[in-house]
Design a protein around this ligand. Structure first.
Ligand code: RB5
Length: 154
């Protein structure tokens, strides 16, 4: 799959890195939908996680990127959304394998954890890797089954 369009969001802790990542994506020829935040003023990461996940759920873009201080809060918020498989990564092997094996559709990382060069490599590995399917599809389906049975519990 050639990723031509992606939704990206961040909080105040990642605003600076987010701007650099957007530039990097545009240089690669990827169209970017930026849902904010738009400054380093304090804000709440779940708001932006929700905006990115909504675009992925609705198929506006197949993939999303979320950046906060650590990547963890964003991934927790993102994974509360049906159909979202978000992975917090700080190494390129994981960023590649979470596409190939987990069919992750949202990449999360932290400005306080990774530098700019590594952030670009995380993004490149993520968007350049296709899901392998096969036995991995069965496992991803099992994760979806858990999601469905949990949301049916009262
Ligand atoms: C904000 O200070 C910080 O808590 C947030 O960016 C993120 O790291 C949460 O997981």
């Amino acid at each position: 799959m050639k990723t031509t369009k992606i939704t990206i969001g961040c909080d105040h802790a990642a605003y600076n890195l987010n701007c650099k990542v957007i530039e990097h994506l545009k240089e690669r020829g990827v169209e970017v939908i930026d849902v904010g935040t738009n400054s380093t003023d304090s804000c709440d990461y779940p708001v932006f996680a929700h905006a990115v996940c909504k675009n992925v759920q609705e198929g506006v873009t197949e993939l999303g990127i979320l950046i906060c201080g650590t990547g963890i809060g964003m991934s927790m918020a993102a994974n509360k959304h049906r159909g979202i498989r978000a992975a917090a990564c700080s190494d390129t092997f994981s960023a590649r394998l979470t596409r190939a094996h987990n069919n992750a559709n949202v990449l999360c990382f932290g400005e306080r954890v990774v530098g700019m060069g590594l952030a670009f490599d995380l993004v490149d590995n993520f968007i350049d890797t296709d899901f392998e399917g096969g036995k991995h599809q069965r496992r991803v389906d099992m994760v979806t089954d858990i999601e469905n049975s949990e949301s049916n519990r009262s």
